[in-house]
Design a protein around this ligand. Structure first.
Ligand code: XUL
Ligand code: CO
Length: 437
């Protein structure tokens, strides 16, 4: 059964192609630096937006045309949807997918039935993974949609809700392991607050950390080898989310003794909601060896909420790839398109256009970033800019041999600091443009 009869397998046609259903840059087996594009980019299709998103917004219901949907949230429909998903991912040629437990299988009456539903659908996922060779980049538990999570999950004021969330993550970890998931993501859903008048902030933060420790313990117990990742987001749905941004999560992981167990999954639209660029968030995580994976999308700066659009901006993708190449890659993480087509793009074929655009933008960004690196234009400039630290007083400060008294003596002898030199920002931006064209 073909659910996308009008679309053939998407192929690489080269940069001059005008075929909208072909790649112009993503050529899976082409080598860039030391790896193929497939190995560098590790693209994943997300189940929630692509196969569950119907285009609803606060002003109207979903209007997406999805001929395979029967309008129910049954287990049968969930199984059929897996076939649809794998036909799509296979035709697209993405090597991975990601899911929330509740995207793939519906809740039942009580946890027992809910878990049985998940097992039933996971068996079909397994079958399709075997058939196609498509792998699971990460699994995650949806701890925010059901009304029980109204006050949060592990940060709820209701201890029973913490317990439910623990049981749900336990099951989701088991299923992710069974399916060979290479990572497991924690996005803080409703882990935050709407008002401090009713909130014990310290107690909630302690509970959040407790939850992660329990997850780390269980991961060890079942021998799950995947990487744990926290996905920062500053706000939405709550006014303040505890996993605000990369710096905040790094401090949280350190403060609660979790730093050796969890890395970060950084999302573009969350970065901009936090008032940062994606490059800032990636650079910060990477600097501490904690950049594990990315959720690739973009926001709309004129709207200011989490619009989750597909990334098409080559400046953005080049900046991402500069940081990723700079740390030697993302594996076992990857580039997950946490992105949705606009409500106006309601036909099934739009799902292909959207993913092709995102994959091509990242492939082009990869090639441009590799060229910038090969020519050394930024790296050499930065190295030179900090050269005063490579010898003399700079080296003594970095190595810890110079005390304040030594700095005083050095400056009393010298009289004043050496002259500063220009940062040349505009020149560097012009150089960047030379590569983008
Ligand atoms: C929400 C978001 C999530 C996570 C997974 O903004 O990004 O979809 O990626 O829970
Ligand atoms: Co995300």
């Amino acid at each position: 059964m073909a659910y996308f009869p009008e679309v053939e397998k998407i192929r690489y046609d080269g940069p001059d192609s005008t075929n909208p259903l072909a790649f112009r840059h993503y050529n899976a087996e082409e080598k860039v630096e030391d790896k193929t594009m497939r190995e560098h980019l590790r693209f994943a299709v997300c189940y929630w937006h692509t196969f569950r998103g119907m285009g609803g917004d606060p002003f109207g219901p979903g209007c997406a045309v999805r001929p395979w949907e029967d309008g129910t949230d049954s287990v049968e429909m969930a199984k059929k949807r897996v076939r649809v998903a794998f036909e799509f991912i296979e035709k697209l040629g993405a090597p991975y997918y990601c899911f929330h437990d509740r995207d793939v299988a519906p809740e039942g009456k009580g946890l027992k039935e809910t878990n049985a539903n998940l097992d039933a659908v996971a068996a079909v996922l397994e079958e399709e993974m075997q058939r196609t060779g498509i792998k699971l980049l990460w699994g995650t538990a949806n701890l925010f949609s059901n009304p029980r999570f109204v006050h949060g999950a592990s940060t709820s004021c209701n201890a029973d809700v913490f317990a439910y969330a623990g049981a749900q993550v336990k099951k989701c970890l088991e299923v992710t392991k069974e399916l060979g998931g290479e990572n497991y993501v924690f996005w803080g859903g409703r882990e935050g607050y709407s008002n401090l008048y009713n909130t014990d902030l310290k107690r909630e933060l302690d509970h959040l950390a407790k939850f992660f420790h329990l997850a780390v313990d269980y991961k060890k117990k079942i021998g799950f080898q995947g990487q744990f990742l926290i996905e920062p987001k500053p706000k939405e749905p709550t006014v303040h989310q505890y996993d605000y941004d990369v710096a905040n999560v790094v401090a949280f992981l350190r403060g609660y003794g979790l730093i050796d167990h969890i890395k970060l999954n950084v999302e573009t639209n969350h970065a901009t909601l936090a008032g940062h660029t994606m490059m800032h968030e990636l650079a910060y995580a990477s600097a501490y060896g904690l950049l594990g994976s990315i959720d690739a999308n973009r926001g709309d700066l004129l709207l200011g909420w989490d619009t989750d659009q597909f990334p098409t901006d080559l400046y953005l993708t080049t900046q991402c790839m500069l940081v990723i190449l700079g740390q030697g890659g993302l594996a076992p993480g990857g580039v997950n398109f946490d992105a949705k087509v606009r409500r106006e793009s309601f036909e099934p074929v739009d799902l292909f256009h959207a993913h092709i655009g995102g994959m091509d933008a990242f492939a082009a960004g990869l090639k441009i970033a590799a060229k910038i690196r090969a020519d050394g234009v930024l790296k050499d400039f930065v190295k030179q800019r900090y050269s005063s630290w490579d010898s003399g007083i700079g080296q003594q400060i970095e190595s810890g041999s110079a005390k304040f008294e030594d700095l005083e003596k050095y400056m009393l002898d010298k009289g004043d600091a050496a002259k500063n030199v220009s940062g040349r920002q505009e020149m560097l931006e012009n150089i960047f443009n030379r590569y983008i064209r």
